[in-house]
Design a protein around this ligand. Structure first.
Ligand code: W6P
Length: 392
């Protein structure tokens, strides 16, 4: 029918990555028509690119009810935007477009949880081999990155043109051109600490150190999306706090979580160090794996739900937020001592470009290529840890 043809058409285009500088420039020279014209093409392109990849997923996974639900959400939203393809541009069209975007954003609000449910459904009904797990990891990284980018575009348009303009704020949409990294750190710390206190009746202190040789002074500001940075930091604080509390048992003093911020020429690094006993090296890679992190959520009715519990998709998603604007998130651990988590952010706004998945021959081939067999011996038994060597 009509939709598959449109999907084929729009998936032939590559998404156009924007830099955070372009987002800002665009937001300041704010013209709703220009934004509309860009988005009515770009949103279908980004949607179609990732929708084509959904179809390449292992059949078993595609047949899971929750994956079907997600797929249908995408089809509905794609249709709704295609509707504006040839619209005459007037105030009514622009208003309807804004409303459509808000509806789409709400419709997709729980996609991460629904997708996680799909993975649980798969695990409970099938044996997942290494090849399938590898495909799912590859897909979810791309799928969630696509989602972050689409929500960013929708947020920018609706915040800039959706009516309630905040003239007093320095924000440009969801971007803070002068985002104070230390404030975000303190905010994330306080909220994680609240959960930690609730569960453990105590919490480690925070020590912040900053180095800014370039601008002499200790303030470090960056052009960034504060909500993304907050998301990453909140997740890391929860992990660090839990590690420290569990490692020190019912001692009455706890070593602080130390955060070091450094402004370099190219990168801003935020390093969070805990003394929570670290993680065995054999376990490190698992922390970023969706398959490993997927466990049924504790039911909401359970009053004793552990607030700091479970890695869930927290770490893999946090790394995607960092990578979205060409940063990264790296963990480094000394088992028996503690863990360092380093967030890398681009210091220069013209280098902070969106990193977007592209549907093409390479991505298509990935799903069809079986894992290479090992060409290094691997008799350390673990199985999971050794599989890493087999992934080519
Ligand atoms: C730990 C485990 C972990 C994961 C992510 C961030 C910090 C930490 N600390 O012990």
């Amino acid at each position: 029918g009509h939709i598959p043809k449109m999907l084929d058409f729009y998936s032939q285009f590559n998404p156009s990555p924007l830099s955070i500088k372009q987002f800002i420039d665009f937001g300041l020279s704010a013209c709703e028509r220009k934004s509309f014209t860009f988005l009515r093409k770009e949103l279908p392109v980004r949607l179609a690119n990732i929708m084509q990849e959904i179809h390449l997923l292992p059949e078993h996974l595609l047949r899971m009810p929750s994956v079907g639900i997600v797929n249908n959400l995408y089809i509905t939203s794609f249709e709704e935007i295609i509707h504006f393809e040839k619209s005459e541009i007037n105030d009514t069209t622009l208003d309807k477009f804004c409303q459509a975007l808000i509806k789409i954003r709400n419709r997709h609000a729980d996609v991460v949880e629904v997708m996680a449910k799909g993975i649980i459904e798969l695990k409970e009904s099938h044996d997942v081999d290494a090849h399938m797990e590898n495909n799912i990891q590859y897909f979810l990284d791309r799928f969630f990155m696509s989602r972050v980018s689409i929500r960013m575009l929708i947020n920018q348009h609706t915040l800039l043109f959706g009516g309630v303009l905040n003239g007093h704020s320095r924000h440009v949409g969801c971007i803070d051109p002068s985002c104070d990294v230390i404030s975000v750190i303190k905010d994330a710390y306080e909220n994680a600490r609240f959960l930690c206190d609730q569960y453990y009746l105590a919490s480690p202190e925070l020590v912040v150190k900053s180095h800014n040789d370039l601008e002499c002074g200790n303030e470090i500001r960056i052009v960034y999306v504060p909500s993304h940075l907050y998301h990453i930091l909140f997740e890391l604080f929860k992990n660090s706090m839990r590690a420290v509390m569990e490692y020190y048992g019912d001692s009455d003093t706890y070593p602080p979580v130390e955060v070091t911020i450094v402004r370099g020429k190219e990168d801003i690094c935020v390093k969070m160090s805990d003394r929570g006993g670290g993680i065995p090296r054999s376990y490190m890679d698992q922390l970023f794996k969706y398959m490993y992190s997927t466990a049924p959520q504790p039911s909401k009715s359970d009053a004793h739900t552990v607030p700091l519990a479970g890695y869930g998709y927290g770490l893999p998603l946090s790394r995607l937020y960092a990578r979205y604007l060409h940063g990264d998130l790296v963990l480094l651990s000394c088992e028996g001592y503690g863990t360092d988590a380093v967030i890398y952010l681009k210091a220069l706004s013209n280098e902070a470009n969106e990193l977007l998945p592209i549907f093409n021959k390479t991505s298509t081939k990935f799903y069809r290529t079986p894992l290479a067999t090992a060409d290094w011996s691997s008799s350390c038994g673990g199985g999971m840890a050794t599989r890493q060597l087999n992934m080519g």
